[in-house]
Each structure stands twice: as C-alpha cells, then as structure tokens.
Design a protein around this ligand. Structure first.
Ligand code: GLN
Length: 544
C-alpha cells in the first residue's frame, strides 16, 4: 500500500510543487531527523534509501543530503549512492558517512581512525592560519567554537582534490570540507541532533543559502494543493470510502477529503463495543454536525462483544476485532456503493482512504543494510485489496505535528487535534483476561474520570498517553461495613517523544489519591486503584 500512492502517475505530489531537498538514507538512526529539521524550516524534504537509482526519480531535488550510517565506505559491501547523484548539478551535503561517501567518490581517501570519536566537540570554522580567514557559506552567521555532536570511527586520510577544509575539531582535521564551485559540502558531525544546538542553522544555510530552496512548505499551502490533487485523482464523479475512529489522523484525513470532494467521501465508523465512553456518539457529533462529513455509524457492539465472550488471549482478541471490523466494513461499503451508483452523476467507489503518516513510509523505505533488498510494503489488513479499491493516502507525506497543524487549519477542535493515541482493538486490550459488558463499562467509567481530572488539572497536553485499564482477578476491599471482592483498576500515564521509549508521568500523590477516591465512589465494583510506574522498557505502554 505504501507505494501505491504518490507514484509518478498521480497529479502533482508535493515534491513536484514544492522545492524539495532529497535526503538519501544510509541507515543512520538519525536520518528522519534531517527531514524533520528541514520541515521545521518550512522546507519540503523527502527521504529515500541510498540505493535510489536516479534514473527512476521523476522529479529534480533542489539539493541532496547524504545521511550518516553504520558502515565504513571502504568495506567491500559498503552501500554507495548512484554515481549519477554527482552529475545532477545540485548542491550536496554529506553528514558523517555522507561526508565519507563524498570523499570516497573523489579519490577513495577514507580509512579507519585510531579511535572512535563519540560525544561533544568544539568546531573551529576558521581553520586556516589567519583568524580573518573566510568562513564557509555553510557556517554563515555561526560563532567559532560552537558545540557539535560527533559519532564516527573512520576519517579522511587527506583532502580530496578540489576541496578545502572548512572546519576542524581537536580530533578531526577534516570536520568540514567543501568544493565551493561544485557546491559539495561534507561535515563529520551531526547537525540534525539536539546535541548540536545550532545544527539547524547549518541545515538552513545549506538548504536556503546554498540550494536556494524556498521556505514555503506550510500546512496551509499543502492543504490547498492536496485538495486540488485529490480532486484530480478522484475525478468528477469518483467516490471514496474510509474508516474513521475518532483519532487525530482519521479525522484530519476525513475532513480533508470532505473539503476536496464533499459527500462523495463516505466515512464509516464501526462501534465495536470496546470504545471509550460515548465515543461513537461524540464522533458522530463532531464529524457530522461540526465538520460536515458524510458519516455512517454502525453499532456492532453486540456482535463484537458476543465474539469476544470468554476470550482471554490478547492475540485472539486482536484477530477477532480486526477480522470482524473488515467484515462489517465490507458489508457497509457494498450498501454505500449501491446507493452511490443509483444517484445521478455519481460514479463508483474506487478509492479507500487510509491515514498513513510519513513515519510509516520512512519505516518501510529506510535503508536496513547492504544485504537486504528493499521490499515494497503491503497494506495492513488487506481491506482495499480484498475490495478491489485503490488507496488514497493524503497524509502520507506528513509528520504527526504537521497533521495536527493541518487539523487546526481545517477547523477541527484543538482538544480533538491534541488527543492521545487510542489502540485499534480498543478497551479489549485494556481489560486483562476475558471481556464482558460489565468490565467494559467499569473501565470506561474509570477512564472517563481519570481523563477528566487530567484535563481539569491542565495536564493533558503534558502527557503523551493516559488511560485506565482493568487488571485480571479481584481484590478485596471494604464498602460500608461489608467486605467486597471487586475489580482492580490500573491507571497509566506516560511521557514520550516517539513512543519507542516512555516514562511514567510523575503525578502528585495527592492528585492520584483524589482520583482513586472518585473511582472508588463513582464506579461500581471497583475495590482498588493502582498507578502503574514502569517505564518502557521494560514494559510497554499498553498492558497487552
Ligand atoms: N561508519 C562511519 C564512521 O564510523 C560513519 C558513522 C556515521 O555516519 N555516524 O566513521
């Protein structure tokens, strides 16, 4: 699915309508940050694997950045860029491995250093004798001795022909090199990480001053162009169907489709019985009344809960929910298709809307090693394939913060745009053990209280994800004079930037005690409330 959109046949994807810096990935864990830094400067940037053949590239970048990578350019199986990159006549910036790749291409002058250089270093950008010496365009407006982050073991053995040294550090004689006529630049440090505090200026100097890329990548501009692109793609009568969940991505995608083709976009929400409290009602309210989206809500909660009865294995729960969702969605799609085709001037449903984001794309195309061939990825769930629909993915070029910005531009309420993620299998995986309607209600009520308190305390946006879960087994408690065996509710709130690692949020104990009191008083059948403090790793964010 990832490759089925944004292809050359589509009308004007962003790399054709915005000045674009191409980042070629050699497998560094920081590569996506280069793309992000450029986007933050309102410069459009896309990443492709270092193995990209230039003959297959249908657009011309304003400049190219070669990323870092874990390999050594002199190794027999080291990855190298298509040599055509050096014939394209656009500025090139090499970062770490990228610097070494530029040097290697110009005379194989790279070898293993005596020791790895890892950590902070001070960059001298006036490396020649005289302190009045010329500072490279790459370091314009930067102070001498700025702090940079190093992470390399290899080094240049000599300066390649036609290049000059533009920066040094105590450990690196070639911390920066340049061929000013060809506009090739190489730096040994990583400007994309926060450990290089002024790295953004280096990236800006390259993209704006050297490549002359326009800083016009804004969500407003993208939205307008994307609306035009969708209209062209879908045609005068084409229809699009898509699922909405109440989450940020599907809501933004749905609203964008609505802007583009109005009621020819058909949103479907399936209430699977394991959503947050009143979720289906609220989504209906927001999407139809608030945003004008053509939405059908299907209450299938009984069907789901029936199938989930007695199932404790989380993988089985996931499968049941996933498969049943597909069945119901297909049934509904057929109905919508029939109705759509009988309407005058309406065409067939040809497209399936999917809220794929750029990190998914990056994940699927990032360079994973010289021995690994890049696989084209297939769509999750297989729904569009099964239904013979083409994918439309209007958010596939965007990072999450860009989706949020666009959401606000589209008039989606800020509290929805800033909403925490919610898993597809919903509360079924926040109820440890088997799922019953009574447990669903319990966890819904506890969750509502927890989130309400967090919002009222002004903490919601400081937390990345917060929720209540229901633990397996009962605990003893006391209500009035009676001993009572009841549920154990676990509260979880984490802070994270990328959801790969996470820390438990540090609430004040008084605040947690207040919530425990409220849940105990207001939610029937709860005997205990705990707060989960494990970080990720070793735990995960969800419980199962
Ligand atoms: N393997 C190269 C080195 O150690 C490049 C490292 C990097 O790009 N971070 O020098």
């Amino acid at each position: 699915g990832i490759v089925s959109n944004g292809s050359a046949s589509d009308p004007a994807p962003p790399h054709e309508t915005f000045d674009t810096i191409l980042v070629l990935d050699f497998g560094s864990q920081y590569t996506h940050l280069i793309t992000r830094r450029l986007r933050e400067l309102n410069i459009y940037s896309e990443m492709l694997p270092c193995t990209q053949k230039l003959a297959d590239l249908t657009w011309k970048p304003k400049g190219i950045i070669l990323s870092g990578g874990p390999y050594s350019v002199y190794a027999a199986d080291a990855p190298h860029v298509d040599p055509e990159v050096f014939k394209l006549d656009v500025p090139i910036l090499g970062i770490c491995y990228g610097l070494q790749e530029i040097a290697w291409h110009h005379g194989k002058n790279v070898l293993a250093g005596e020791k790895r250089e890892y950590g902070r270093a001070s960059l001298n950008i006036r490396p020649s004798e005289s302190q009045q010496a010329h500072v490279s365009k790459l370091f314009e407006s930067l102070p001498n001795d700025m702090e940079v982050w190093m992470s390399h073991g290899d080094k240049l053995s000599r300066i390649p022909d036609g290049f000059t040294t533009i920066a040094t550090t105590a450990n690196s004689a070639y911390a920066g090199i340049a061929h000013e006529q060809k506009e090739y630049y190489g730096i040994q440090f990583h400007p994309e990480v926060t450990h290089t505090p002024q790295g953004g200026v280096v990236i800006k100097n390259f993209a704006v001053n050297i490549c002359k890329a326009q800083q016009n990548w804004t969500m407003e501009a993208f939205k307008d162009k994307e609306v035009v692109r969708i209209r062209k793609l879908v045609g005068e009568t084409g229809q699009v169907i898509g699922a909405v969940s109440g989450g940020v991505d599907s809501t933004v995608a749905a609203k964008l489709m609505h802007e583009a083709i109005g009621d020819r976009f058909h949103a479907v929400m399936v209430d699977n019985g394991v959503l947050r409290m009143d979720e289906a009602k609220q989504v209906k309210e927001t999407l139809t009344k608030g945003l004008g989206v053509n939405l059908t809500v299907i209450d299938a909660s009984e069907r789901f809960l029936g199938l989930l009865k007695g199932v404790s294995d989380p993988e089985k729960k996931r499968k049941i929910i996933g498969n049943t969702f597909i069945e119901i969605f297909e049934e509904e799609a057929k109905k919508i298709a029939k109705a759509a085709e009988s309407t005058p001037k309406a065409g067939k449903i040809e497209y399936f809307l999917q809220g794929t984001l750029y990190p998914d794309v990056i994940e699927s195309i990032s360079f994973k090693g010289p021995s690994q061939t890049i696989k084209t990825h297939h769509n999750v769930g297989g729904l569009p394939e099964k239904m013979n629909l083409k994918l439309i993915e209007p958010l596939r070029e965007l990072f999450k913060d860009e989706v949020r910005k666009m959401g606000l531009d589209l008039g989606i309420p800020a509290d929805l745009v800033g909403r925490h993620p919610f898993p597809g299998p919903g509360l079924a995986i926040r109820i440890i053990g088997d799922v019953t309607p009574e447990k669903v209600r319990t966890v819904q009520e506890a969750d509502r209280i927890f989130i309400e308190e967090i919002r009222n305390a002004g903490l919601y946006d400081k937390i990345s994800q917060a929720f209540a879960a229901l633990m397996a087994g009962d605990a003893v408690g006391v209500v009035g004079d009676q001993r009572l065996y009841g549920h154990i509710i676990a509260l979880r709130a984490v802070v994270t930037t990328d959801f790969m690692t996470a820390d438990a949020y540090e609430f004040e104990i008084k605040f947690l005690k207040h919530i425990a009191q409220r849940i105990g008083d207001e939610v029937k059948g709860v005997a205990r409330v705990t707060y989960e403090v494990t970080g990720k790793p070793p735990s995960t964010i969800e419980f199962e």
